[in-house]
Ligand binder design. Structure first.
Ligand code: ZN
Length: 92
């Protein structure tokens, strides 16, 4: 296995910082709770960043499932189970 410097997820500080910020604001963004200039920055990053786009997709699915289950807020355990199920389905 060849190690490629700078290609690992934690090896690029610029990208991971942007991603961390986008993921930090993901819930706010989906709640439409973010103020516009900031929301636009995060949205623009997510649209051009595959891992963040995927994370946003999963988050939206979770919200949809939770809403469908008529819960205003999913318990952490249920939420984690849904997320891991979605993740497994995507990989397989
Ligand atoms: Zn990203």
């Amino acid at each position: 296995m060849t190690w490629q410097p700078g290609r690992g997820p934690s090896e690029d500080p610029a990208i991971s910082a942007q991603c961390r910020e986008a993921l930090d604001h993901l819930a706010e963004l989906l709640d439409h709770a973010m103020a516009e200039p900031d929301a636009e920055v995060v949205r623009a990053h997510i649209e051009t960043c595959e891992p963040c786009l995927e994370a946003a997709d999963v988050e939206e699915h979770v919200r949809l499932l939770v809403r469908r289950a008529c819960l205003s807020k999913a318990p952490d355990e249920l939420r984690l189970r849904i997320v891991s199920q979605l993740t497994v389905r995507r990989i397989g």
